[in-house]
Design a protein around this ligand. Sequence first.
Ligand code: AMP
Length: 246
Amino acid sequence: MASAAPAADLADVATTDLMSELLHRMKCASKPDKRVILVGPPGCGKGTQSPILKDEYCLCHLATGDMLRAAVTAKTPLGLKAKEAMDKGELVSDDLVVGIINEAVKKPSCQKGFILDGFPRTVVQAEKLDAMLANQGTKVDKVLNFEIADSILEERITGRWIHPASGRSYHNKFAPPKVPGLDDITGEPLIQRKDDNADVLKSRLEAFHKQTKPVVDHYKERGVVVGLHAEKSPQEVSAEIKNALS
Ligand code: AMP
């Protein structure tokens, strides 16, 4: 159980923020628990759908790629271990990412369940996740499989801009920010990921097809996979997700 924030910290939080957090928690109390996995190649729309899903179902969003990038930026021991593989578009070791997820799901924000984004990416990771959940008497409820042709992804990836703190993503052509280079909500600068280029995308797609497709088969055997038409508009994909989770 996480300890409460010291009163001094809460005293510094604006009343309107505290009230909206309280209202959010009251709304969430009646939502059923859900453990959802998002599977799909880079640029398939997982990052666009995750914040929507997170708010709607009161889940925490755990994106191993985001967590690893934060560790690389902070130059933590974990980040130093992960950097080389990430720069080349290869997968980092199963033990490393499983360790990250094991810790992350203990956060209070994951109490109602979680959205796993970019994890599990190998069958070993899926088996370890299943074992961890079985230990807690739970299981994966749904795997949302973002199906899309590789040929569409290059344009989506090379034009992509990210707000690192929230995970919100933008696109030069398909979803430009109101002010170029700045996040719509916070006004903070957007970044382009180092591995969001055509060359590295090739290795990332190779890794995806080779190692991640078997993860989908693993969960198909358990009857929890739903295929999405990820080439459609974000609104249409959101509607498909709502259907899948209802
Ligand atoms: P992503 O942001 O999901 O595209 O991930 C960026 C990079 O982080 C990948 O190319 C991998 O090097 C690494 N990574 C993220 N998640 C995993 C995972 N579950 N297993 C192994 N490597 C991962």
